[in-house]
Design a binder for this molecule. Sequence first.
Ligand code: G6P
Length: 542
Amino acid sequence: MAAAPSTISSLDNIDFQKLQNGSDIRGVAVAGVEGEPVNLTELVAEAIGAGFASWLIEKKKADGLRRLRVSIGHDSRISAKKLQDAISQGIAGAGLDVIQYGLASTPAMFNSTLTEDEALFCPADGSIMITASHLPFNRNGFKFFTNAGGLGKADIKEILGRAAEFYRNLNSTDGSTNSRGKGSATIEQVDYMSVYASDLVKAVRKAAGNKEKPLEGFHIVVDAGNGAGGFFAAKVLEPLGAITSGSQFLEPDGLFPNHIPNPEDKTAMKAITEAVLCNKADLGIIFDTDVDRSAAVDSTGREFNRNRLIALMSAIVLEENPGTTIVTDSVTSDGLTLFIEKKLGGKHHRFKRGYKNVIDEAIRLNSIGEESHLAIETSGHGALKENHWLDDGAYLMVKILNKLASARASGLGGGSQVLTDLVEGLQEPAVAVELRLKINQNHPDLQGRPFRDYGEAVLKHVENLVASDSKLLKAPVNYEGVRVSGFGGWFLLRLSLHDPVLPLNIEAPSNDDAIKLGLAVLAAAKEFPALDTSALDKFIQV
Ligand SMILES: O=P(O)(O)OC[C@H]1O[C@H](O)[C@H](O)[C@@H](O)[C@@H]1O
C-alpha cells in the first residue's frame, strides 16, 4: 500500500519539547479527561514520524540496495491505531519504508532491529513502539530503537526539535515547504510477534537440552492486564508444554478494565497472586502493558517483584557467571546488597533510577573491564548481556522458566520451590514505603527557579542536617539523591526522573524506626514551603 497524505486541519501551538519524558515521548492522545487536553494528535504523531525519519537518515546510510525501513508496533491502547497510521505517514512521507507489526511488545520492537530475515523485512533500521506503559488509558507515547539500543534523552530532544520544524512547515499555506507524501515508500504489515515468541520458545528449549516440551506438567498462569503480553500464554508457555488454564486478562483492552498492567501496582500483584492460589498453579507471571516489565508469583503466593525479583534474577545470573556485577536502581534495599555480595558472591552496584540509566551503566562497566551480566530495576525492568541488553520482561521470565525446566530435568522436586530456595536468606525489612513529595511549581518560594533547582536545595539541606546528627550516616557511595542509614534502616530522598516530585523511600525494621527516619527528612523539608509534605505527615501520624 502506498502512503497517502492525511488532511491538515487546524494546527495548534504544540510545545514539542514538553512531550519528552526522559528517553520516551509521552502525551495525552484521547480527549475527555478534565484538565488533560490532547497534545498527541495525529498531526503531532506524523511530525514525530518525520522527525525520527530525518534523524535516522542522518545516523544510518542506506546501502543503496534498499531504502531504510522502520518497524512500528503498539500496545493495547485505544489510540494505538490512529497514532500508528499517523506516525507511519510521517515516516513514509520522508521516503522510508514502514513495516507495521500491530499489537506488539516493546522488547520485540527492539529485537526487530537485530533479526536477520529479509522475508520479514528485518533487520529494521529503526523501530518505534507506541505505548505509555502503565499510564491511564488517555495517554500514549513512543519509544525508539536502533540496533544500538533504545534512544537516549539527547536523541529524543533532537527528534522533537525536527518534528516541531516539520509541524511548522505543515502550516505553511502554499504547502511548498513541507515534505509530506514525498517518494514511493511502502507500508507493509508483518506478524513479527510470532517470530519473537518462537525465539523465546527456542531459548527455553535450548537451555533444557533441546527438549521439545520442557515445561510439561507445570501449571503456569499469566496475567497480561489486558495489555500486549497475552501472547506469552498461547505462544510461549503452551508450545513448551505448560498448562495455562486460569490465565487472565489476556485479551487486549485499552481501557484496562481489570487492573493497571503494572507489576509495581499492589492490586495487580494481588490479582495474579489470587489467580495462582485459586488455580493451584506452580507459578504466576504478570507483565506491564508493553511487556518490558514483569514479575512472578510462586505456588504459595509469594511475590517475586521489586527486591525479591532482583534477588532471584541475580541468583540465576550469578550461577551462570560467578562473581559478576549486578547493576540495579537506587531504591534497592540494603538486604539485597548483603544477599548479592555475601550469599551469592557477586557485586552489587546500586546506581540510579531509570531503566536506561541502569542498562547504560552495565554496558559502561563492561567497556571498562568490569564484567556485568545483569542490569535490573525494582520496577521490573531488566536486561541481560546474553540478550543484547534488551530491556525485556518476557526474557526475564524465560530465565525463570529455564530454571524450573532444568530443576525438573535433574530430578529436583517440582513446582516453584526451586525459585523460592534461590532467594533463601534475602533479608527483607518489616517496613518499606515510598512517599512522593510534590514540589508546587507555582509557589512563590521557588522565586522563578526551575523545580529541579528547588529540589536540589532540599536535598542539600537534608544532607547538612544529617551531617550534624550522630544517629544518621550518609551513604559513602551513592549516585542519586541523599541516601542515609540509621535506626537499623535507611532512607533515600531523590528527585524524580520526570516529575516535580521528591520520592522518599524508607525501609526499617519497625514502624517506629521508619517514623524516626521520616522525622529526620521532615525536619529539613519543613523549611521549604513549596514542598508538599502531606504524604510524609500522614505516614508519621500512623
Ligand atoms: O523517578 P520516578 O518518578 O520514580 O520514576 C522512575 C521510573 O520512571 C519510568 O517509569 C521509567 O520507565 C523507570 O525506569 C523509572 O524507574
